[in-house]
Design a protein around this ligand. Structure first.
Ligand code: SAM
Length: 318
């Protein structure tokens, strides 16, 4: 028999929170979903099918997790708050295709988790709970397992989590997350706009961001003070990214350009704390100016108007 998500049936969430005496932990960024349209939108944006392995960060009381279990082949849900584990035992009892992992996602070896889970799925395709009676599962069984991260992220740690997922070169196909709308805007921002910055360039280097939905505060308990957004990041494989000889150097240039936003790029490059020549010394004004001229850029240019391609070229030239 196929399980269906039930947690968001009227009154259920509040009843469970009361019954377990759950007190929301602000320090863990807990804003739980109470609107059933939102998990549906998140699952649709993530484009999950019955052979996918989904990693959820912060299942809370399992609201979104139920929808993920319904749609995916296998789910691993990583939760830092131990008080929620007994609740998850109850709310996820109907699903055999979920593993709840107690811990901090920032400390977990995600590479080992992905290797273990994809091996399990490849060895027994379609055997996960619920997968066999979903039409998409049988159609997709001949495909390799796709790994997707899906989460309503804790807002206090959104950027570190996403940068970990992107920079560690994990074999993840896509990341679909609910985050603060303002952060989603920064991820998608184009050069020359006020939202454009180091985060825009880092995300756009590793992935193709697409905003999927805006979610108002009344969809959560407690209500956050700001609007949220669902953003889908389709990972770019290394060969699909902007070509640059040394991406770490390019990101040092980018950090320098935006940490001193009001300065010209020449001054930012000269004063950058973590940008050094191979001999360990800083770039001189003349060297910075020569690099800009070689890239066809005006000497008064500020970093905030340069695109990824221009930063890559500058990095290769310096
Ligand atoms: N997924 C649930 C929902 O949508 O209702 C809860 C989302 S809530 C915004 C964020 C969740 O992430 C909380 O359950 C919180 O305890 C958990 N969390 C916070 N920091 C974490 C971390 N470093 N590692 C794993 N989980 C974390």
């Amino acid at each position: 028999m196929r399980n269906e998500p039930w947690l968001l049936k009227p009154q259920k969430t509040k009843e469970i929170l009361q019954r377990y005496g759950i007190r929301m932990q602000k320090k863990f960024g807990q804003n739980f979903l109470i609107d059933s349209h939102v998990p549906e939108k998140i699952v649709a944006a993530a484009d999950i099918n019955g052979t996918d392995f989904v990693i959820e960060i912060g299942p809370g009381i399992g609201t979104l997790t139920q929808y993920l279990c319904y749609a995916a082949g296998s789910v691993a849900a990583i939760e830092i708050d131990r008080h929620l584990l007994p609740v998850l035992d109850e709310t996820l009892a109907d699903w055999e295709n979920v593993e709840v992992i107690s811990g901090d996602v920032m400390k977990l070896d995600l590479s080992a988790l992905i290797a273990r889970k994809t091996r399990e799925l490849e060895e027994s395709p379609g055997q996960e709970a619920g997968a066999a009676d979903r039409p998409s599962a049988s159609l997709q069984n001949d495909r390799a397992v796709s790994v997707k991260v899906v989460a309503n992220l804790p807002y206090y740690i959104t950027t570190p989590i996403l940068m970990k997922l992107l920079e560690e070169e994990l074999p993840i196909d896509s990341i679909t997350v609910m985050i603060q709308k303002e952060v989603a805007d920064r991820m998608q921002a184009a050069p020359g706009t006020s939202a454009y910055g180091a985060l825009s360039l880092a995300v756009q280097y590793y992935a193709e961001p697409k905003l999927s939905a805006i979610v108002p505060p009344n969809c959560f308990v407690p209500r956050p003070n700001v609007d949220s957004a669902v953003i889908h990041l389709a990972r770019r494989m290394p060969e699909e990214r902007i070509h640059v000889q040394d991406s770490r150097k390019m990101f040092a240039i980018i950090r320098a350009a935006f940490s001193q936003r009001r300065k010209t790029l020449v001054n930012a490059l000269r004063n950058a704390a973590d940008l050094r020549k191979p001999d360990g010394t800083s770039y001189t004004r003349e060297e910075a100016e020569q690099a800009l001229m070689a890239c066809g850029l005006p000497l008064t240019v500020r970093g905030e108007v340069l695109g990824l391609q221009e930063f890559a070229r500058l990095s290769d030239t310096l």
